[in-house]
Design a protein around this ligand. Sequence first.
Ligand code: ADP
Length: 477
Amino acid sequence: MQSGQWKIEACPVAGRWIAGDQWIDVDNPATGETIGRVPALGAAETRLAIDAAEAAMVDWAAQTGKHRAAILRNFFDLMMAHQEELACLLTEEQGKPLAEARGEIAYAASFLEWFGEEAKRLYGDVVPSYASDKRLIVVKQPIGVVGCITPWNFPSAMITRKIGPALAAGCGVVLKPALQTPFSALALARLGEEAGLPAGLFNIVTGRATEIGRELTENPKVRKISFTGSTEVGAKLFAQSAPTIKKLSLELGGNAPFIVFDDADLDAAVQGAIMSKFRNAGQTCVCANRFYVQDGVYDAFIERFAAAAEALVIGDGADKATQVGPLIDQAAVEKVREHVADASAKGAKLVCGGPSDRGGRFYRPTIMRDVDSSMLVANEETFGPLAGVIRFSSEQDVIAQANATPFGLAAYFFARDLGRVWRVAEALETGIVGVNTGIISTELAPFGGVKQSGLGREGSRYGIEDYVEMKYICMGF
Ligand code: ADP
């Protein structure tokens, strides 16, 4: 491991690295060992950080987009120069296999590169006028201080996906990272400083989530909240933000259907299912959660899917051979157990997997067949390495089942018939659809959900719009 120097036990608040008199331990999910600690800060430090972000963004917003782009490009370059150490740190505090962690660092850095470039393209408009002595102009301006709250499953990428557009647009930021994975966040702040971000512009507050969240949402100086996490907490932040009328970006829970039609390329479907389900041990918000497989290929798909799942190597993410790491904590393991037990009790059969001999927070890639819509696994996001496979016969029926959920983040399906591909892609009520692929995330495309999966889109040319306000200038002469 090369991550030692990156375990920074202090937070950047108002241009200084501060600690406190209380601490929160951080552990390694593969071993359960404590790997370091971070300050347990609260409302007072959050307020200081907000004031600093507001002050620092005055000069930052006045700079050219090209200037901000150059600094974000430095930030990107520094992340890539330190990719290996950052990946080791990420694996140590989060658990994912090193190869995935390296991929996440590159993915995280890509948002800094992309939105830096977008800083140069924050175009306004000249609107054809209604009067010959007036000109109508629209300009885009930074929305103001942004409060970001991020989860543990992508400790680096979920941060840059928010601070990238915020900083590019000219905003100041106060970030509260997840308690389980704060070191990846703090490492980013150090690199941002080195890249040339002005003091006080990018603040991080680790500590008491409820208290920090309350200050971020209730403080009128914060003009926008960008949150990725559970629907329950997202709804709370939404309500808390109402009195000060903040703009919100919410990237919340999903319950992604993964549909395999009779005409699918089965090998591609199996490969897509493995990537979509078992990446990050099933702990991504776009992980396939409900598998629907058509009658004609039901048995064949399950057989091949199980063979591929059983071949996956479980272990400490730091070991080179590991393909599936531990879950984040014991509660996550319990949720998988509960979903397996519930499905078994209601008639589903275990095809492969189950608890791991390694114990701790490990759970084997698990597949169950004869699953139906009465089971927890079909209704709640398991957020773990469990695939419940449901049988279906008609296209209409599977679309109805896929849409029968309050969530709408991602959906996947495998089919070859062109008419069916269009019909199903258009009928699925989600913000993202993967057709003949299990991997959809890229900084180039808009990521986000419909229904209770969220508000707004991250990444792509649309992503920066959530961090600006339009101003209409009516100029008479
Ligand atoms: P997860 O199940 O991924 O941990 P959460 O929604 O609980 O999802 O957590 C996502 C982020 O929200 C984390 O940074 C967590 O600390 C933070 N969080 C949890 N509860 C609150 C709250 N009441 N106010 C503000 N942030 C919160």
